[in-house]
Design a protein around this ligand. Structure first.
Ligand code: SF4
Length: 355
């Protein structure tokens, strides 16, 4: 899943952090009232007045309350999506190569850090980095010695990132693992079951990496732009898509995710909103916001939590790949849209449905 835009950098605390996830906005609450006072109720009142009793007509799909239609449409997409066909085009294939949980954890984080831009382009750079780390990336990191191992990344280049960013990643992860034992333990040290979502723990997790002692890598004492780009913080207001994707992989127990972090509830996850998910979210009415930022993440997640509070980000993979694969063009198209199960909730077909 490619991140096509840079995350905006703002200094203020996002209002989305700390927002409770799980309620519908006023517009959908209005739609909800339709359930008790809509076509079915009108038909029922008519049937009370007239004799003989005429059975109420079956409710047409377009007349179903919007929340129910959206849930049914997304659930069908989720259940029927061909995950196997798309795994090889997704960044999750990199951590899935490793069986050892320690390897999978560190590879998942490195993959997420580099998962921006086109999948085929960052994949090439990542393949090179993983080849340099040998058969056990976790062991490579635990035993990382800057003098001995830094040369392993010579020649690496991917957009903002250079060899020293990978050296800094390995040095910081080595020190973190020496203190906490696992990435999960580090994340959990900032996690409280009372938090409405994973935002505060993610803030803590990124701060640990950004405050690591990296003077031997960055001799002027300033972190490189490429290394800072690895660890966007929720408090800057950006969507933090790559790290929320990392959390989806680590926490969700259902395929295609591998759910190694059993101590975090999937209900606390936030939607990783990249450009594809943003477009699909607008199409099915999960957001009307123009800017992809933390507020949009909170809004999309809040609306998805109304559909499935226990697993609000379950639709992420299918929504993202539907758009990425060309099964949705982001506009009305008679041929492409014909088999689409989201048509009854898609804003691109709203005017057609009304006529
Ligand atoms: S109906 Fe068409 S535009 Fe709407 S989500 Fe489906 S494929 Fe995309």
């Amino acid at each position: 899943m490619a991140e096509m835009r840079r995350e905006p950098s703002r200094k203020s605390e996002p209002s989305g952090v700390g927002e409770a996830v799980g309620s519908w906005p006023r517009g959908e609450a209005r739609a909800g009232r339709f359930e008790s006072g809509g076509a079915g109720a009108r038909a029922s009142r008519r049937s009370e007045r007239s004799e003989p009793t005429i059975p109420a007509p079956r409710e047409a799909p377009a007349r179903l309350p919007r929340v129910r239609r959206l849930r049914e449409s997304l659930e069908r997409l989720y259940q029927e999506f061909d995950y196997t066909a798309r795994i090889d085009r997704d960044a999750i294939r990199f951590p899935l190569r490793y069986q050892d949980p320690a390897d999978r954890e560190i590879v998942a984080l490195l993959t997420a850090c580099l998962a921006y831009g086109r999948v085929d382009l960052f994949s090439r750079g990542l393949e090179r980095a993983l080849a340099a780390m040998g058969p056990s990336p976790a062991r490579f990191v635990r035993e990382f010695d800057i003098d001995r191992d830094a040369r392993a990344f010579d020649g690496f280049i991917y957009r903002f990132n250079r060899p020293r960013d990978l050296v800094a990643f390995c040095a910081a992860a080595r020190d973190l693992l020496a203190v906490y034992g696992t990435l999960e333990a580090c994340f959990m040290s900032g996690y409280s079951p009372g938090d409405p979502h994973v935002g505060p723990a993610l803030e803590h997790f990124t701060r640990v990496f950004l405050s690591a002692d990296l003077k031997r890598v960055f001799s002027r004492g300033r972190l490189s732009r490429g290394y800072r780009h690895f660890f966007p913080q929720p408090s800057t207001g950006g969507p933090c898509k790559r790290l929320l994707l990392f959390l989806r992989w680590m926490v969700r127990r259902e395929a295609p995710d591998f759910g190694l972090w059993a101590s975090v509830s999937p209900a606390k996850l936030l939607m990783p909103v990249d450009t594809h998910v943003e477009n699909m979210s607008r199409a099915v009415g999960l957001t009307r916001r123009r800017t992809r930022n933390w507020r949009m993440v909170a809004e999309v997640t809040r609306r998805l939590a109304a559909l499935d509070p226990a697993d609000p980000v379950k639709y992420d993979f299918a929504l993202c790949h539907k758009r990425m694969s060309g099964d949705c063009l982001g506009r009305r198209d008679a041929v492409v849209c014909a088999p689409c199960g989201l048509r009854s909730v898609c804003s691109h077909w709203r005017h057609v449905r009304r006529t």
